[in-house]
Design a protein around this ligand. Structure first.
Ligand code: ADP
Length: 349
């Protein structure tokens, strides 16, 4: 038990906490709310002793405080002009004297409005810079390419230099292009308009686009995707995701390799796998390859023409379509990128 002085301290701590705090008792009734919470969420005048749904207008929070639950959850909610980050945990533990707290729950609410705004400014800044830089970079790449078309008229050492200029200008335009796509997908805040789409045409397009690079490396394609598979997806994002995974599979294949695209309906959704027998990825890097600008081998990736943003974009797009992505891979054996997509929901008449 707490000494009386400590109780006053705990009371002050709860009330003065900059985070919003709401506690429900084992019957699911509101027992404690602090001042910060009252500033973030509109409450009825006397909320203590009421059920959450009677005390405040956020249904998702009321659901999360149900005394029948014993899970931990996190979610965001927009309340008026405030963005809130809400974390709900059970108050009971496995300790024997915690039994009387069974069903009691604690919600901690943070006001993330400023954070969100700063994120938005950062995104807009990156998008604006990328946009401004893309135009001159495209122009440099364009002129360099035109010069290279006239290579017979140029000295060998000039051609060498112009090739370097072209390669680097192209790299810059690719990076700015990817940064713009990333900014756009981040601005969509995890949601994209979805529609029922067949998978096969997107797979075929991706394979067609990589044909010439695959031919150069004598890489063969295998596709096991049937025409009946339909996913709930965003057309542009789906094309981008499959295109990028197939492109990586070819880029990181050995000469004479095989790239397989396979899809099947599972209970959890439609599973799409892009499989290569290439250089593979060490297990410690499996999560990191989805980070911005992470490359296992910078030199090799640069030679292969990568920006290091491809998989970061892919992951965000997959999430924005309600899906999931992971990788299984072993060095020098190859990689399997697995994307779980939602099956198409039939259109109701
Ligand atoms: P990049 O444009 O450099 O390919 P990505 O974001 O697409 O960037 O991939 C990040 C890194 O993940 C790559 O640089 C590479 O090291 C690794 N990677 C991606 N796909 C594969 C693959 N199929 N096989 C081996 N490594 C891969």
């Amino acid at each position: 038990m707490l000494a009386a002085a400590d109780r006053a301290l705990v009371e002050a701590l709860v009330q003065r906490s900059p985070s919003g705090i709401l506690v429900t008792d084992p019957e699911g009734k509101i027992r404690i709310v602090n001042e910060s919470l009252a500033q973030m969420i509109p409450l009825v005048p006397d909320p203590i002793g009421r059920l959450p749904i009677q005390g405040m207008p956020i249904e998702s929070l009321a659901d999360a405080l149900d005394p029948e639950r014993d899970d931990e959850l996190e979610f965001t909610h927009r309340s008026g002009n405030k963005d809130l980050f809400i974390r709900v945990v059970p108050l009971s533990s496995n300790a024997p004297d915690a039994e009387e707290l069974k069903g009691a729950r604690l919600a901690i609410v943070e006001d993330i409005t400023r954070l969100r705004k700063e994120e938005k400014y950062r995104r807009e800044f990156v998008a604006n810079v990328s946009h401004e830089m893309r135009t001159p970079a495209t122009s440099i790449a364009g002129y360099a390419e035109t010069l290279l078309e006239e290579r017979e008229a140029l000295d060998g050492w000039v051609v060498d230099m112009v090739e370097v200029i072209f390669r680097n200008a192209k790299r810059l335009t690719d990076i700015f292009e990817d940064l713009l796509v990333l900014a756009r997908i981040e601005a969509a805040e995890g949601k994209l308009p979805l529609e029922p789409l067949p998978l096969l045409p997107r797979v075929n397009e991706a394979i067609d686009r990589m044909k010439s690079l695959a031919d150069d490396k004598q890489v063969q394609f295998q596709s096991f995707v049937t025409s009946d598979l339909r996913v709930q997806a965003n057309r542009e994002a789906l094309g981008h995701v499959i295109g990028n995974l197939v492109s990586n599979a070819v880029k990181y294949s050995y000469q004479g390799g095989v790239v397989t695209v396979r899809a099947q309906a599972r209970d959890e959704g439609i599973l799409l796998e892009v499989i290569d027998l290439g250089i593979g990825i060490e297990p410690r890097h499996h999560d990191r390859v989805f980070e911005r600008f992470f490359r296992v081998d910078k030199g090799r990736a640069r030679m292969a023409g990568g920006t290091g943003l491809g998989l970061a974009i892919v992951k965000r797009m997959v999430h924005a379509m309600g899906g999931a992505i992971d990788v299984r891979s072993r060095p020098e054996k190859g990689s399997v990128f697995r994307v779980l997509l939602r099956p198409a929901t039939p259109v109701l008449n």
